[in-house]
Design a binder for this molecule. Structure first.
Ligand code: KG4
Ligand code: ZN
Length: 341
């Protein structure tokens, strides 16, 4: 391998926590040599959401092929790999188990260390790939289909959770509202697109405040408000402008995410703010943060959309920093569906 030199660390990373079967080779935690993602979205779309049993079965079918492709695209063989990193939680237990088992097999066969990685730590670490100069500390908003966390990244792999959702995750709200207005799964990208044709101030949807923790989020009230709005239009026989609903809902989510995030940046006194997770690929959200951070002289980091949604490169980046700290997993590593950060 010509692009690898003495002392470089090559991580083979595996991610199967939900509906993407993914493998990647990452050099020194920052340089992506390959990033292979087999997405199952089309398979699940007909059911309106991810069907766990189908996801596990598809992961089993695809995992070896995806790993081989990741190695081939990196121009590497298992002999070049120094460590194998894998998402072991949180996520769907059957889906996680496929990745964990594959990683154990690779580790054992190649005689290289195994490192279990937290999925959210992976999402946050996508920023290290996009921005090779980025170093902690910074505040990161992780907004995905399963999580909405505001995290203080104090050092590599050292996190303090400042706020989280009390009910639905931001992405979950996008998916549910999209289904209610008839857009189908996955809702995020569809609402993102449709919102561009709508008026974000057309319908005054609520912005939830949580009394006990000003950094926490709640999106279920907003989701109910959208459903109530749709019902009342139907009862009154009034037409619904899908684009206005999408844009107004999206603005309500973004307003809360921006306000809480910048509040957290101020409290910690950091000058860096990053976003991560599938919802972070939302174009209006990126623009809103860009503008809000710019006004306050906060440096804003937003990974490319392909690094925001689930992928294995981000797991490789997170795994590398665990590796440097000497952290290793044993062959008793298990999938932990509700793993805490
Ligand atoms: O991070 P991710 O790929 O998987 C989880 O770890 O959950 O996030 C998937 C979520 C889905 O809810 C999807 O609707 C949402 O991210 N999403 C978006 C966009 N692209 C994906 N939400 C808003 N706007 C988008 N452009
Ligand atoms: Zn994710």
């Amino acid at each position: 391998m010509e692009q690898v030199h003495e002392g470089d660390v090559l991580v083979l990373a595996i991610e199967t926590s939900c509906d993407e079967t993914a493998a990647s080779v990452v050099k020194n935690g920052r340089e992506v040599l390959s990033n292979v993602i087999f997405t199952q979205i089309a398979l699940h779309a007909q059911y309106g959401g991810v069907v766990p049993e189908i996801a596990s079965r598809k992961h089993i079918e695809k995992i070896n092929q995806v790993i081989e492709e990741a190695l081939a695209q990196a121009g590497a063989t298992l002999e070049d790999i120094d460590v194998v990193a894998v998402t072991y939680g949180p996520g769907l237990v059957g889906a996680l188990l496929v990745g964990v088992s594959a990683a154990k097999a690779v580790s054992f066969a190649a005689g290289i260390p195994l490192i279990g990685v937290h999925h959210i730590s992976g999402h946050i670490s996508a920023n290290y790939i996009e921005y090779r100069e980025l170093e902690p500390p910074f505040i990161c908003l992780v907004a995905s289909g399963g999580h909405s966390h505001l995290v203080a990244v104090k050092d590599y792999g050292v996190y303090e959770i400042i706020g989280m959702t009390r009910d639905d995750a931001a992405g979950e709200a996008f998916d549910k509202v999209a289904r209610a207005i008839g857009l189908g799964y996955p809702g995020g990208p569809k609402i993102d697109r449709l919102s561009k044709e709508g008026d974000p101030d057309a319908i005054p949807f609520p912005r939830a405040k949580i009394a006990e923790n000003e950094y926490d989020f709640s999106f279920s009230g907003l989701k109910s408000a959208v459903l109530n709005y749709l019902n009342s239009c139907q009862m009154k026989g009034e037409p619904v402008c899908q684009a206005d609903v999408a844009a107004s809902f999206q603005k309500a989510v973004i307003d809360v995410l921006v306000e809480h995030s910048l509040h957290a940046v101020r409290r910690f006194g950091y000058d860096k703010f990053a976003i991560a997770g599938g919802v972070a690929s939302n174009s209006s959200l990126r623009a809103a943060f860009e503008e809000a951070c710019g006004r306050r002289n906060i440096r804003f980091y937003c990974p490319s959309p392909v690094l925001c949604t689930d992928n294995a490169a981000m797991i490789g980046a997170a795994g590398y920093y665990e590796y440097l700290k000497g952290i290793r997993s044993g062959y008793d590593l298990n999938a932990v569906p509700n793993l805490r950060l």
